[in-house]
Design a protein around this ligand. Structure first.
Ligand SMILES: *[C@@H]1O[C@H](CO)[C@@H](O)[C@H](O)[C@H]1NC(C)=O
Ligand SMILES: *[C@@H]1O[C@H](CO)[C@@H](O)[C@H](O)[C@H]1NC(C)=O
Length: 346
């Protein structure tokens, strides 16, 4: 079934890739030489030993499902903390059924950190951090939702220039660079100086424009392979990487001139996972808007049939901050054990 994922790399592509790999390797060496922090391997997780529990918790942050509840569940009080989001704003009535949904995390006894954060907690968590968003309109929507939470400004559709950098009242650096294709994202990473400040969190996507422009799946896959390699060698280890998949598309409103049907969004969206972008084998944590969006199609998409409504974006934020916090704790533990070992040896 995955035969189309086998690369048939041409000579020029191989040469280009070797060049990228070489310059990136040089870059990586420079980072290692100019940095005094303890470097961990880019593949951020080991599923063995004392890290196993923490590793499970990172994946568990995305482990939950939508449940239908009655409008009076919890009355007007706040829902319990294992409820990530409720769609109070978009709950609707149809055939005399009141449809109110909430997204609940599965119970994880060892992952007490998986819970809904308030706006203030999200602000506190990201205080002083640098978040870089690179991608298409789905990334812009997530950036705008987070900018709203953090007290910053959105970047409206069609803005010129198509990028924005701002510092929130709590000192969070937010930067958004719009890019449609995987190669654009790759070039932005390559053009970032090795000695520049790299983000604490890098949130990426690239898929639907390949579909809308009629890029064949194999072409898209080739660009994604190059992007994955650049991410692996170019992005420093302290940067935590997230990959956002697009929500599935309602095919009622297809306002793109397309040769390929929008029903193929899930097929393009799964390339990143098939190539090994995601933990544990890959560098990125998956913000799986596709799967999560399938479970809430009637109330998660805007009228354009394409972009996420606030309830889905709120959930993506919660997943991001939960996974980020788990990883933060895991790295803290690693650092401690390195310090302990050094101390014992010394
Ligand atoms: C909804 O309820 C109203 C009032 O009870 C009833 O007249 C109507 O037929 C119901 N509609 C459906 C679709 O069941
Ligand atoms: C990315 O965004 C930053 C901040 O707005 C901007 O200075 C930079 O030129 C952008 N990079 C590209 C390649 O557009």
């Amino acid at each position: 079934m995955l035969a189309w994922l086998k690369p048939e790399t041409s000579l020029p592509a191989r040469l280009a890739y070797s060049l990228i790999a070489f310059t990136s390797l040089l870059g990586a060496i420079l980072i290692v030489r100019s940095s005094s922090i303890v470097l961990t391997h880019r593949s951020p997780h080991s599923a063995s030993g004392e890290n196993a529990a923490a590793f499970d918790c990172i994946l568990a942050a995305t482990d939950g499902n939508w449940r239908r509840t009655t409008p009076d569940a919890y009355g007007s009080s706040r829902p319990p903390q294992h409820v990530a989001v409720r769609d109070l704003g978009t709950a609707f009535t149809h055939f005399n059924e009141s449809l109110l949904f909430q997204w609940e995390w599965a119970p994880h006894p060892h992952c007490s950190g998986i819970r809904r954060r308030t706006r203030q907690e999200i602000r506190t968590f990201f205080k002083g951090k640098f978040l870089l968003f690179i991608g298409d309109s789905h990334i812009r929507y997530l950036h705008n939702a987070l900018a709203d939470t953090l007290g910053g400004d959105p970047l409206p559709k069609g803005s010129k220039p198509a990028h924005k950098a701002q510092v929130s009242p709590d000192g969070v650096h937010l930067q958004l660079n719009m890019s449609a294709f995987a190669n654009d994202a790759l070039n932005m990473l390559l053009s970032r100086r090795v000695t520049a400040r790299w983000p604490d969190y890098l949130i990426l996507d690239a898929s639907v424009w390949h579909l809308y422009k009629g890029d064949r799946l194999s072409q898209y896959q080739r660009q994604m392979e190059h992007l994955l390699n650049v991410v692996r060698v170019r992005v420093p280890p302290h940067t935590q990487i997230f990959w956002l998949s697009p929500p599935a598309r309602g095919s009622l409103r297809q306002h793109y001139q397309i040769r390929l049907p929008a029903d193929w969004v899930p097929i393009y969206a799964r390339v990143a996972g098939d190539l090994g972008f995601f933990v544990p084998q890959g560098p990125a944590i998956h913000l799986d808007q596709l799967s999560i969006g399938f479970g809430c199609l009637p109330f998660c998409l805007l009228e354009d049939g394409s972009h996420a409504k606030p309830v889905l974006l709120d959930l993506m934020q919660q997943l991001l901050v939960n996974a980020a916090e788990q990883e933060h704790q895991r790295r803290g533990k690693l650092q401690n054990s390195v310090v302990r070992r050094t101390w014992q040896v010394g």
